[in-house]
Design a protein around this ligand. Structure first.
Ligand code: HT7
Ligand code: ZN
Length: 854
């Protein structure tokens, strides 16, 4: 199995100036004719090698000459031939089987439609090609297919021809004027509902917006269409960027490996991130739709107009585009809660990845299977790195950098260094030390120690940074850390930015009182673990007094860690302090204006949040402490919880910032009230039966699940009857079952897999069951008898031959076996050995399993 290294990068020896593709579509025998105009870039080269995968070559022409089999070399991975001219044409006819393509990479056939997914290296499953992002070509695509079955034949760019053929087929031709790499190619053919809209750009051009969704679902795309218009407007206003084609198409499909794909002019989306209505989708679903619609739209400039030179530079487009979508979401809803959620992703999933055998920098240095590097590190830590640049340069400086980046690189395939250089040059700001963020993996630990001198009224903060070795890199250097701070002081709050560059630095405040309290790393201004010396009392003071909502929430997070530690040492005799209950009482009686933030403050952290603070994760202790914390809150604050619930129980159904916040607060109260057992039943049933929206219905089910309330099973049955026709809603039901914290979950999962709507070929269904089981059911997944690990392993062995991308994502929780007690370690390791012993295991799964066992 081969490993590719960034250090081995070579510019392409040939390029493809134009790509003319003809698809004669058939579910099992699609014929693809590719006419490629090639140009030699390196005059020394005498051999051309094109990438291919699972292709059947039908014929090959060099200019007009049909080549005989002995005139080229065709293996399963490559097509090689001797080349004598500087420019020449190749005509390659290949045959593929989209129906057999269950990996959902390349061109596949599912649910009666053809759909493509080419990023990262899927195009080579369509035809032989220079399937690398630094080969940019102008594409013309002709699609021929049966008219009755596939009335819509779509590809990138503008439609330039459409005609009926006399054999019941239609021919459509598309031309994309923007040169693009093969990963941005797309083709979709099928019968859909079409929702149309339009948008006038700030320069006055009209753009047609077309949403293609499953028949009968057109009405559920209206929110996504509006979200697209909001994204287009926002990108013009904030970044000065305008859309460049006359049409923007979005197709929603149920069979899809990830969230969505930004193909030029023709985005393909997982239907889950397009189709929403208040009765079928939760507020979180609405949020995700808006943010992913934004993300894919923003890629048109950060990804498509300027793309990556090679896949090691993936964060160039993904980190930057996540930063842009986070900023967009922030402007659309609660800024503080958005930041809290983004930070939680880093502190749980990303820190966990850093501590795992898959640790890598945001620009990885070596890769076996590229699909394995679409990670929280590349995406979310990548976005934090962009955010730090923004913090260092300020909004105006950052935008000046963006403008220079586009001025220099529009239409090019570039590197992360090119991006940083543009930021540096536009601001005359030396970013050479900052660049280390791109090559160093791991989570820096920032330690703060305070020292107060009463005579001088001087507060000194001693800061130390240290990054522990990771699986991929033993030695670490000091990073540039922008540390935002605020000093809580009777004389008013002082805030500022301290840019730390060395391992040890000090920050001195003069003229401050002994009570002055520094709140460090405000808004999580650098992706580090902060170790501080605050007492419980000081943390509660920040939680009560800080003007910054994020700082309040963050201080409470630290309190929870202190209390977990105390609970673990006191065998759960531990009682939460009175001051904490006073704070909660106050929040329940007088919630903040930002209700969504209030709901966040009122939340006991989840298992993964606690777990990430341990090198050796004490699964059972964490779960029992969470249980005890929740019980204590529900008992001590019962009247306040009830009153707050009642006060916020009537909310208009519409998705907007205010309603979302009120629902979040009300349902947080319900989650605690459900712990009251039988007396809570009326409340739960009442909300379930009167709910006019999915957020409130699902909140009842999850409250029952968290409190092991006996009403759970009856309501789940009712829910299944109501929603059996809607697979996206049914996925929620699958996940709730799989998260059930009792041994019954195993029989339940067997039944779920036999459900008529379950399919091993459909990633959404598989994830609904097994991702929920492995990630939201820690008690059963980590059972001491190993049954949880065994279930996941059996699943991966079955899934890997069907869809390696999905199996490789699902294996993640097994990789961190070293972070558990010895008994669990042995069981998890045995599971990994079982996987690695399986003949024919995919590269995707092999790369991760072998690293975990190394
Ligand atoms: N750029 C895309 C990443 C991607 C992908 C999407 C769908 C299916 C398979 C995929 N492989 C890679 C999505 C994005 O970040 O916008
Ligand atoms: Zn993206």
């Amino acid at each position: 199995r081969s490993v590719k290294r960034l250090s081995d990068y070579q510019p392409p020896g040939f390029t493809i100036d134009s790509t003319d593709l003809t698809f004669e579509l058939d579910a099992t025998h699609t014929v693809v004719t590719a006419v490629l105009e090639l140009r030699r870039l390196d005059p020394q080269l005498t051999e051309l090698s094109l990438d291919g995968q699972q292709l059947q070559l039908l014929s090959l022409h060099y200019n007009d000459k049909l080549l005989a089999a002995n005139e080229f070399d065709c293996t399963s991975q490559q097509l090689r031939l001797k080349v004598t001219e500087d420019t020449f044409r190749l005509t390659i006819r290949t045959q593929i089987n989209p129906l057999a393509n269950t990996a959902l990479e390349g061109l596949y056939y599912a649910n009666g439609s053809f759909c493509s997914q080419c990023e990262a290296e899927g195009f080579r499953r369509i035809t032989y090609y220079l399937d690398r992002p630094d080969v940019l070509s102008v594409f013309r695509t002709t699609i021929i297919a049966d008219t009755a079955h596939y009335p819509y034949l779509l590809s990138n760019g503008n439609k330039v021809e459409q005609r009926k053929l006399d054999n019941g087929q239609t021919l459509v031709c598309w031309q994309d004027p923007f040169p693009k790499p093969s990963y941005l190619f797309a083709l979709v053919a099928g019968d859909f509902d079409l929702l149309r809209g339009d948008y006038q750009t700030r320069s006055g051009r009209m753009v047609a917006l077309d949403f293609f969704v499953e028949k009968g679902q057109g009405g559920k795309a209206a929110f996504a269409l509006d979200a697209l218009k909001r994204s287009m407007r926002w990108d013009e206003q904030r970044f000065g960027l305008e859309y460049d084609l006359d049409t923007y198409m979005v197709v929603a499909v149920d069979f899809f490996n990830m969230g969505a794909m930004e193909n030029k002019g023709l985005n393909v989306f997982n239907s889950k991130y397009v189709l929403v209505s208040e009765d079928t989708a939760t507020d979180t679903d609405f949020f995700n739709v808006e943010s992913i619609i934004g993300h894919e739209y923003f890629h048109n400039w950060t990804g498509n107009r300027v793309t990556c030179r090679d896949w090691f530079q993936l964060s160039l487009k993904e980190g930057l585009t996540v930063f842009r979508d986070q900023e967009f979401s922030r402007d659309m809803g609660s800024a503080t809660v958005n930041r809290i959620h983004a930070v939680q992703v880093i502190r749980t999933a990303q820190f966990a990845e850093d501590a795992s055998p898959m640790a890598h920098p945001i620009r990885p240095q070596q890769v076996m299977e590229m699909n394995n590097f679409y990670t929280v590190t590349v995406y979310d830590k990548g976005a934090e790195v962009i955010r730090m640049l923004h913090t260092l340069l300020g909004e105006a400086g950052f935008q000046a950098g963006m403008r220079l980046y586009f001025e220099r690189h529009d239409g090019q395939a570039v590197t992360c260094d090119d991006f940083v250089q543009a930021m540096q040059d536009a601001n005359h700001y030396d970013l050479s030390a900052f660049r280390l963020w791109y090559q160093q993996s791991g989570t820096p630990e920032l330690t703060m120690q305070r020292h107060y001198e009463p005579q001088q009224q001087r507060l000194t903060l001693r800061l130390n940074q240290r990054t522990a070795a990771t699986a991929d890199q033993p030695d670490k250097a000091a990073l540039v850390l922008p540390v935002r701070y605020q000093l809580l002081d009777e004389s008013g709050n002082k805030s500022g930015l301290f840019v730390m560059q060395e391992h040890n630095e000090t920050l001195v405040f003069d003229g401050v009182s002994a009570q002055a309290l520094p709140v460090m790393l405000e808004d999580f201004s650098a992706p580090v673990r902060l170790k501080h010396d605050y007492s419980e009392q000081e943390l509660l003071r920040i939680a009560m007094e800080a003007s910054n909502g994020f700082a309040r929430w963050d201080a409470l997070q630290s309190c929870w860690m202190l209390w977990l530690d105390q609970a673990m040492h006191q065998n759960n005799d531990f009682r939460l302090p009175d001051a904490f209950f006073e704070l909660y009482q106050q929040l329940l009686k007088l919630p903040l204006d930002d209700k969504a933030l209030t709901a966040e403050l009122l939340k006991v952290p989840e298992y993964h949040v606690f777990a990430e603070n341990f090198q050796q994760i004490p699964v059972d202790a964490i779960l029992s402490a969470i249980h005890s914390f929740r019980q204590q809150i529900s008992q001590r604050l019962a009247p306040e919880l009830k009153a707050c619930y009642q006060q916020h129980s009537v909310v208009a159904v519409e998705y907007n910032e205010m309603n979302v916040g009120i629902r979040a607060l009300k349902n947080r109260c319900l989650d605690y009230l459900a712990l009251h057992g039988q007396p809570a039943e009326t409340l739960l049933l009442q909300q379930y039966n009167s709910a006019s929206n999915m957020t409130d219905k699902l909140a009842v089910l999850s409250a029952c699940l968290h409190s092991a309330h006996p009403a759970f099973f009856g309501l789940m049955q009712q829910f299944a009857t109501e929603w059996q026709h809607d697979v996206l809603v049914l996925d929620k039901w699958f996940s709730l079952h799989a998260a059930q914290p009792s041994a019954q979950v195993f029989e339940q999962i067997t039944l779920l897999c036999q459900h008529p709507k379950f399919s091993w070929q459909n990633p959404n269904r598989v994830r609904a069951v097994f991702h929920a089981f492995a990630m939201q059911n820690p008690g059963q997944f980590h059972r001491m008898d190993g049954r949880g690990y065994q279930l996941l392993t059996d699943t991966l062995l079955k899934l890997d031959p069907i869809n390696p991308q999905v199996s490789a994502r699902l294996v993640t929780p097994l990789l961190s076996w070293q972070r558990f007690d010895l008994e669990r370690q042995a069981l998890m390791k045995a599971a990994l050995h079982r996987l690695s012993a399986q003949p024919g295991i995919s590269d995707d799964l092999y790369e991760k399993v072998s690293k975990a066992l190394a």
